[in-house]
Design a protein around this ligand. Sequence first.
Ligand SMILES: *Cc1c(COP(=O)(O)O)cnc(C)c1O
Length: 389
Amino acid sequence: MTNTPADTIINVLDQVIQSADKPAHLHEPRFNGNEWQYVKECLDTGWVSSVGSYVNLFEEKLAEKCGVSHAILTVNGTAALHTALILMGVKSGDEVIIPTLTFIATANAVTYCGATPHFVDSDAHTLGIDAVKLDNYLAQNTMQSNGNLINKNTGKRIAAIVPVHIFGHACNMVTLSTVANKYNLPIISDAAEALGSFYHNKPLASYGDISAVSFNGNKVITTGGGGAILTNDDKIAAHAKHITTTAKVPHKWDFVHDEIGYNYRMPNLNAALGCAQLEQLDTFVESKRRLAERYIEKFSENDAVRFIQEPEGCRSNYWLCAIQIHDANKRNETLQSLHDNGYICRPIWKLMHTLPMFQNCPRMDLAIAGQLEQTIINLPSSVKLGLTQ
Ligand SMILES: *Cc1c(COP(=O)(O)O)cnc(C)c1O
């Protein structure tokens, strides 16, 4: 009998995951710290909404943890991205460079600005934007005009680049920064999955001109729903806080709003959860890295499956562990067998340019992203699975 990819993967999962932990989901939250205490304090004091001491405390601790001057909390990661794009000058009619291989939020945030996603290809190693391919593409398809970078094919301005650190693995930010500088484009980093990762010994979420993180229920740490904008720029930070709180000018009793704003502030209840979760970030990441090590060791015994490892220069949080199978035709049957065996694995997201609302957006050749999309499978990656037994 020949081994199918499913046989190989199930064999490894049976060795790494205890049967008591089945069904094993992709990423379960874990609340073993001060969550109850902090949330209870919000309820006891009545400070549950968007003003409260946990909002300030979480912002302070998060900025410190991410090695940036300012963190501004938002209701979710998508809102953080949307706000970050606005702050970096993305306007209606612009194009914004994003990978086609990403979660829907990246593309949606661009469209909330009235801008159009411009899809680029990925690097098979980092899973992030292929910066060299992007450089060649921009050289051929753009021109400078009045200090703006113009897409020669559409006549539209290209306003920014949004790299995404997929599953916590860093994009090649060294090369990407060089390319961004060459074309004078700001980098808005989608670090939604990257909290707790390091790149060249600095927190990965600190890279880029501005970045956005997420605290959704399935992320490394969670506030139920939530996100944050990270920046080193005092003025941008103040503006971020302003437009995420309906652009209300501080006043004892009057309602003055001086520009279009958003009701995007994170409530104190969620921030309380965030404070407790952030205290555990390091141990969560250690646990996730231990789980990844166990997978790496077991998968290295056969070459039917590639376990996706942290790229060079990156100490990944291994938010979601992922493998690549060789035969794209076997993906769905593999996923089915995994589910049947109590392993709730999933494919990576559908490519953005194949979705109905983004089909007509500008794009380059997307061959590598296409291969990755057809062959990647995410494995159970919860913190509890990597705890020392
Ligand atoms: C989770 C995620 C987001 C957005 O986060 P929400 O908090 O769910 O809005 C954005 N980009 C990527 C790549 C993500 O994984």
